[in-house]
Design a protein. Sequence first.
Length: 317
Amino acid sequence: MPLLEVHNLSMRYTTLRGIVKALEGVSFSVNEGETLAVVGETGSGKSTLAKAIVRVLEENAKIVSGEIIFDGVDILKLSEEEFRRNYRWVKIAMVPQGSMNSLNPVLKIMDQMIEPLVLRGISKIDAIKIAGDALESVGLTRDVLTKYPHQLSGGMKQRVIIAMAIQSRPKLVILDEPTSALDVMTQANIMNLLKRLRREFKLSYVFITHDLALASELADKVLVLYAGKVAELGSADLIYTEPKHPYTQGLMSSIPTLREDKKLSFIPGEVPSLINPPSGCRFHPRCPYAMDICRREEPPLITLDNDHKVACWLYSK
């Protein structure tokens, strides 16, 4: 049984300019020990999806349909108190986007790491030991507990945030752009750390990124989002070697490789407004293969061989 199943999830934001259709009918699953990479341009709904899973939505956000089944339980039906006590930062943890800036600059690392543990009824002495063990598991020393954030490098702060995420031994960790704002060497070290932690603690990841090349380091499956909808979903091997959706093909064509000399290309235009998205397929204004039906009707999510799914009229029978 999958650890996480998302069925037909749709979300809206209420703004002064209108209703933003942030997610529309998104479905996928993540098995235990598996990494799902969620990729797409800015504005595709990646971070909104992450916030929905851990239920940290803004006041103007609303889930209008769908289910999020975690370990057999529809967590959207749980009360906030039950979800906070038994799931958030317990079974499901998150490394947020821009996480290096999420540390409170006037509190020591120890105070910030033990707070969620103490709130769950763990004694302060035991919480400090758990926090220290977590720091060591990410390659830091226990004396980091006594330091303030400004005394740490960017890579060290990122490791602290990852340690906070895993200290309760969650089953699922959501990584929202975990290496953004880091230099290339530090990115590589963090990615190697994430691989080791997944192996040691049998973690499942939802890895959110706009960097397809980076996603290939961890991904078992890839979910491609475009303008709040699923464009393509399949195993990483299939997505990287045989992308089907024109959007995925465009993303792949923009990635330089070391093994071949290829001409890089780009996708013209930009992600459409989700207040008033295009009719039919949301990608058709930018698609080189757009047909009349693409402008009139939304494509269904078609299942190809090897459970490879694509939302494109090119593959409709």
